[in-house]
Design a binder for this molecule. Structure first.
Ligand SMILES: Nc1ncnc2c1ncn2[C@@H]1O[C@H](COP(=O)(O)OP(=O)(O)OP(=O)(O)O)[C@@H](O)[C@H]1O
Ligand SMILES: [Mg+2]
Length: 371
């Protein structure tokens, strides 16, 4: 899968631009706050219809403009495809078309074009709390399974409703019957999230383990495990049905505690992905450099898994990432992804001058010039 050309109008600080990309490496360089991350974001939007930043659609449109227009030609399934997206400032819905055919539901925007994004924030994948890791998992799985993206949204809504109810039930005990209805919904959708996350982590972990052994010259054994927050976290989640009855029982066992706490206390919203290196918690015991390597292996594995699942190589989006890594890791990453198209942003171009099939673009104040 490759981006052949891109055209943007009023996307963030980019007023109007259009260019062809190299099928190899593309470097967008420029000073801070010129539009480098915005450019990557515009390409990422084609992956799922959403930004990787927690941005509302409206924020993607240049200030005071009515709409942002994005058009991309990408090569996939042995042919060129046209992908159009328009965001309107006064409408909640975006318009999207592939090869002229409208995409009606937002969830159908996933599964057409694949990218793997690697940004400095991803280093928090190990350092920070479980929320970062859940976000990573949800994004990675959603790209491969649009149904999962929908389930994540549904689950959030169910949880909001249930929590509101749990707050009130103390005062109005007659609401208890309604609570059971919401708990059942929570168990159904929540179990699907848990089951999918668990099986994704198993596959991802296997690939990341191999990548990481290679990256560390056989010295470090990386392991990823799904950690369920509930009492019996050793449960295997071997089937969707087993996960569902497990979660339903757990929610029902916690009912009184949830009522007194006035909020939901169990479910995938509290789960985590544990990362260990040589059987020790990467968060607690790994050096800064080891943590970086572990994240690198996880992200590379994410890309491998896209290829394994879809048969298409994802486009790699590296936001100001290589400058964060030392030389051996930079070399490793660039060598490893030669069969993929790479789009890199950074402050200087000198670093990339010895690469084959590379194209340079300068970004200044939202204007992009091919060099
Ligand atoms: N909707 C918008 N309309 C106009 N300008 C915007 C909009 N959203 C963001 N910007 C501006 O775009 C500018 C460039 O942002 P971007 O994140 O792409 O910078 P960058 O080149 O990646 O910088 P850095 O090197 O610091 O990461 C910012 O100054 C921001 O204020
Ligand atoms: Mg940036």
């Amino acid at each position: 899968m490759k981006v052949v050309s891109l055209y943007l109008e009023n996307f963030r600080n980019i007023e109007k631009t259009g260019f062809d990309l190299s099928g190899g490496v593309n470097v967008f360089y420029g000073r801070n706050a010129q539009g480098k991350t915005n450019l990557l974001e515009s390409i990422y939007v084609f992956t799922s219809g959403k930004s990787f930043r927690p941005a509302k659609d409206k924020e993607l449109i240049m200030h005071d403009k009515e709409k942002a227009v994005l058009n991309m030609t990408f090569f996939a399934e042995n042919r060129n495809n046209e992908y159009d997206i328009i965001f309107y400032s006064d409408k909640r819905r975006r318009e999207a078309k592939i090869n002229g055919v409208p995409i009606k539901r937002n969830m159908d925007m996933a599964g057409n074009f694949y990218t793997v994004l690697f940004a400095p924030e991803h280093l928090n994948l190990i350092k920070e709390g479980p929320g970062e890791r859940r976000r990573f998992l949800d994004q990675a799985i959603s790209v491969l399974k649009p149904k999962y993206a929908k389930a994540v949204e549904d689950y959030e809504k169910i949880l909001t409703q249930k929590n509101a109810l749990l707050k009130d039930i103390y005062k109005y005990p007659q609401l208890e019957a309604t609570l059971d209805v919401w708990s059942e919904k929570q168990a159904n959708v929540g179990a699907y999230l848990m089951f999918m996350r668990n099986s994704y982590i198993k596959k991802l972990g296997e690939i990341a383990r191999k990548d990481h052994l290679e990256l560390s010259n056989g010295k470090e054994e990386l392991k990823l495990s799904y950690i369920h927050s509930g009492k019996e976290s050793e449960n295997e989640f071997y089937s969707l049905e087993a996960t569902r009855s497990f979660l339903a029982k757990e929610i029902s066992d916690m009912k009184n505690e949830e009522i007194s706490a006035g909020m939901s206390l169990v479910g995938p919203q509290r789960d985590d992905m544990e990362v260990t290196v040589n059987q020790m918690s990467a968060k607690m015991f790994c050096s800064q450099g080891q943590q970086r390597s572990a994240v690198l292996s996880i992200k590379m594995a994410e890309g491998d898994l896209v290829y394994e699942t879809t048969g298409e190589q994802p486009v790699m989006l590296l936001d100001d990432m290589l400058s964060e890594l030392d030389r051996p890791r930079q070399t490793y990453i660039l060598k490893k992804i030669t069969d993929r198209q790479v789009i890199i942003t950074g402050c200087d171009r000198a670093r990339y001058k010895n690469i084959d099939n590379v194209k340079f673009f300068n970004i200044k104040n939202g204007t992009i010039i091919e060099c």
